[in-house]
Design a protein around this ligand. Structure first.
Ligand code: MN
Length: 468
């Protein structure tokens, strides 16, 4: 076995003895329940819940969540009932395992009536406790990473589901790292040739620039620290599936500006602004790439300062400047709350989920709005589609649009009549109504002068009267 309960216990040094006892007990219960079961890889089945629980435990959650991760397949695959779990581990653990099991059984892409009813129930249930989703996604992640042991048709079906349901779900709670991993694992199965080509090119790009990355990182570190801004520098490359989407939009591989980013992690919020000042003094920023996501966080709570600078002729690097807590939330979304707010992070997580995460407030609204299950699922599917575009209006507010929207679609969403428009600009440039919008575009609409409209109308009426 490549994993044991000790790999989890070492993460839990600061947990109370009671918590540790309960988690050990959950492990023993699960190990017994799965005894004699094996994965397609030939390994004992218990390795799977252990891997899932380890991913979950890294978030430093409450003990019940780790217990539920260890037990997550016991209702589905063993002779264990909800009542058994409730009796042994309490209602919360039983509810979580029950929620995860139901999520595994639902057929999202099915159009059969009883499936739709069931799916609706599961979705409404999962929004009541975000921890169900936080266990379900690592479950999917571990299954996807061991997919090679499954028959080809199962691989493709699983990859499709992971790419279209679970990656967007991870995205919807802000868990970027999980989203990226799920996307790449699925994409590799669905489009192996394209995946290989893009990852070869990405690796080559990274290799060719590794000396430069080191040079720039060292230079920034020295520069900031000599100005009393302590920092840590990391680099990150874009995931393959995101690169694929960009090239699919007609971008040339070499022109993707955020293929490579340098993360500058500073101690305090104000240091972010000092850091950007020093970076801009050293390297020339590309026009229009500076974004203040601290003043205007993204919908999924992402906060950072972004700026793409030229570190050498024709070599742009994207700088992401943030504090450690921002970095945690940027990578993990709501899952980061435990690490930031402690074991009680769950309460704030659930509150923010229902308040700030548009998908989840919409789920509740759809539930009230659409009595018909098919309508409910239809709207949810449209909503879960990962392909959304977020742009800014001229007051700096974020406007959410379906992916592929143009300026005309924007006008419809914000409720401006096309006839009232004089002209529109995107990032300061005048564009036609058919101009496609990308994430972070700044859209400005100049309305026609109402007096002019009136004058024209008067003039037309006047001409009308003369002619007829
Ligand atoms: Mn599982």
């Amino acid at each position: 076995m490549d994993i044991s309960i000790n790999d989890i216990m070492v993460l839990l040094k600061d947990y109370s003895d009671n918590d540790k006892k309960k988690i050990k007990k959950a492990y023993e219960f699960a190990a017994l329940a799965h005894n004699g079961q094996y994965r397609c890889s030939g390994e004992p089945y218990i390795t799977h819940p252990l891997h899932v629980a380890k991913i979950v435990a890294e978030l430093m959650p409450d003990a019940d969540t780790i217990c539920a991760a260890l037990l997550h397949d016991t209702i589905e695959d063993c002779n264990v009932t909800y009542e058994d779990l409730k009796h042994e581990f309490g209602e919360t653990v039983a509810n979580l395992v029950d929620g995860v099991s139901k999520m595994s059984a639902f057929k999202f892409l099915s159009k059969k009536e009883q499936d739709l009813k069931y799916t609706r129930k599961v979705i409404i249930g999962s929004t009541k406790d975000i921890r169900t989703i936080i266990i379900k996604i690592p479950d999917k992640l571990h299954n996807m990473s061991t997919m090679k042991f499954k028959p080809k048709d199962r691989q493709v079906a699983n990859a499709f589901e992971a790419l279209h349901i679970f990656a967007p779900m991870a995205n919807s709670i802000g868990a970027y790292n999980w989203k990226n991993e799920l996307e790449d694992l699925s994409f590799q199965i669905l489009e192996p040739d394209i995946f290989k080509d893009l990852s070869d090119r990405r690796n080559l790009f990274y290799e060719q620039n590794s000396a430069l990355i080191k040079e720039v990182s060292d230079k920034i570190k020295m520069l900031l620290e000599s100005n009393d801004v302590p920092c840590e520098i990391k680099s990150r490359v874009k995931n393959i599936y995101s690169i694929y989407k960009k090239t699919n939009e007609g971008n040339d591989f070499a022109s993707i500006q955020d293929l490579l980013s340098i993360k500058i992690i500073v101690d305090e919020l104000l240091d972010c602004y000092s850091a950007v000042h020093y970076v801009h003094r050293e390297y020339n920023p590309l026009g229009n790439t500076f974004k203040d996501y601290i003043a205007h966080p993204k919908v999924n709570k992402y906060r950072a300062l972004h700026s793409t600078v030229m570190v050498k002729d024709n070599v742009p690097f994207q700088m992401q400047i943030k504090t450690p807590n921002m970095d945690l939330v940027d990578d993990l979304g709501l899952c980061a709350y435990w690490g930031i707010y402690g074991h009680n992070g769950y309460k704030k997580m659930q509150k923010d989920l229902n308040k700030d995460f548009p998908l989840y407030s919409k789920i509740e609204r759809f539930n009230e709005q659409y009595e018909n299950d098919e309508d409910f699922i239809y709207h949810l599917e449209a909503e879960l589609s990962p392909y959304k575009t977020f742009v800014y209006n001229s007051s700096g507010e974020i406007i959410e649009l379906p992916y592929g929207s143009n300026v005309e679609n924007y006008l419809t969403v914000v409720g401006i009549n096309v006839d009232d428009v004089d002209y529109c600009t995107v990032n300061g440039k005048r564009v036609s109504l058919k101009q496609l919008l990308k994430n972070d575009d700044l859209v400005f609409v100049k309305k026609k002068d109402q007096r002019l409209v009136l004058q024209k109308w008067v003039l037309h009426s006047f001409l009308f009267l003369i002619y007829f």
